[in-house]
Design a binder for this molecule. Structure first.
Ligand SMILES: NC(=O)c1ccc[n+]([C@@H]2O[C@H](COP(=O)([O-])OP(=O)(O)OC[C@H]3O[C@@H](n4cnc5c(N)ncnc54)[C@H](OP(=O)(O)O)[C@@H]3O)[C@@H](O)[C@H]2O)c1
Length: 347
């Protein structure tokens, strides 16, 4: 006689178990149903957010009606692109960044292309004075700023074990990524509360979604932004102010040192287009429990959904070995350049 198929044996055991322990079986079935329905709802919302639904319109924040957008770190990379695209959408633009000459260039580019009003202020957020922040407060006092993009950020010159990082680099990262974000936000928020309208976007990073060895202070500074956003978004929601963290994987900018875009690594232009068309949506961050956070670019969103659902632990080891490899290559390049320079001097 042929043996019964495994599925038949399994069904028989399950039936016997169900008859013997009906309450326990019902509990397991309901739990299974709850987990499945929860996942299906989460997956559906992820698909809708990432591929179907449009985000909140910028018109809600006064685009084309005299409202201002303030962008920090706006002379290069993602910040410059936010300034250009928000000007194109009809906002007057206030840019705050480090280099006065670059600020002048970006300001005149925006004025020429989009005919909106542009103001700028140079602040080195790594070495700000109290006067810098008071003069920024005076500059924005008469302006109806309804959009703030907390974009300015600093990472490490190269991946480095924590014990070997120059303490000055750590201080700069804390001042730029954390202090500047809180100071600028605190200056802008009272006006938004008065006008009962505002959008605050902060540039988050996968370096906080996956704790990132060899970039430890940067990774931790971005984790700060995550908690800051979640708490502040709850505080400011009753005032009509949306606070949102943009969870971001790589983008081709001077900071990432990646020049060529790929499906996973967009240019600043396509990244910012996504960010501005998906305002308020969660994407891959949906159901992750990370409040006030969204992942606007579609491939980043898919990656976030996978990491959030598969668990991020094994990614830490992968990121660590990648950073060790990047460090080795960068150090070899430095050695080659130093040797070349020495040769040049000897000739
Ligand atoms: N690029 C990525 O792959 C990536 C991934 C995840 C998250 N992010 C986040 O996205 C944000 C923008 O990054 P990005 O790649 O666009 O950077 P970026 O290309 O290096 O541009 C940085 C901008 O910030 C300004 N800046 C730098 N240090 C400053 C300081 N001390 N004071 C004032 N302004 C300063 C720069 O001004 P100068 O022109 O004067 O230098 C520049 O305008 C950052 O918060 C970053 O952490 C980026």
């Amino acid at each position: 006689m042929a043996p019964a198929p495994a599925s038949l044996v399994f069904s028989k055991i399950a039936l016997l178990f169900a008859f013997k322990y009906p309450i326990y079986t019902l509990f397991c079935a309901l739990l299974g149903l709850y987990v499945s329905v929860r996942f299906i709802l989460r997956f559906t919302r992820f698909i809708l957010d990432t591929f179907v639904l449009p985000g909140t319109s910028l018109k809600k924040y006064g685009a084309g009606k005299g409202a201002w957008a303030l962008i920090t770190g706006a002379t290069d990379g993602i910040g410059r692109e936010f300034a250009l695209q928000l000007a194109k959408a009809g906002f007057n633009i206030l840019i705050v960044s480090r280099s006065p000459d670059k600020l002048a260039l970006v300001s005149s580019e925006i004025e020429t292309k989009y005919g909106v009003q542009v103001k700028s202020q140079a602040i080195d957020f790594a070495r700000p004075t109290e006067e810098d922040y008071t003069s920024l407060a005076s500059l924005i006092a008469p302006l109806p700023v309804s959009v703030l993009v907390n974009n300015v950020g600093k990472s490490h010159a190269l991946p480095t074990p924590f014990v070997d990082i120059d303490p000055q680099e750590i201080t700069d990262i804390i001042r730029i990524n954390i202090d500047a974000t809180m100071r600028v936000t605190q200056i802008v928020v009272p006006g938004m509360i008065q006008r009962k309208k505002g959008l605050i976007l902060s540039l988050g990073s996968f370096a906080s979604l996956i704790p990132t060895p060899l970039l430890t202070p940067y990774s931790a500074s971005k984790a700060f932004l995550r908690t800051f956003t979640a708490a502040l978004s709850s505080e400011l929601a009753p005032h009509g102010i949306k606070v949102h963290l943009l969870n971001t994987y790589y983008v081709t900018t001077p900071m990432s040192k990646i020049r060529h875009p790929s499906p996973l690594i967009p240019t600043p232009t396509s990244y910012v287009q996504s960010a501005l068309s998906k305002i308020g949506l969660r994407g891959g961050a949906v159901g992750s429990g990370r409040g006030g956070e969204g992942t606007p670019f579609w491939t980043h969103s898919v990656l976030d959904f996978l990491i959030s659902n598969l668990g991020g632990d094994w990614f830490v080891g992968y990121v660590k070995s990648t950073n060790e490899e990047i460090r080795k290559r960068a150090l070899r390049k430095r050695e080659r350049e130093a040797a070349k320079e020495k040769e040049g001097k000897n000739e």
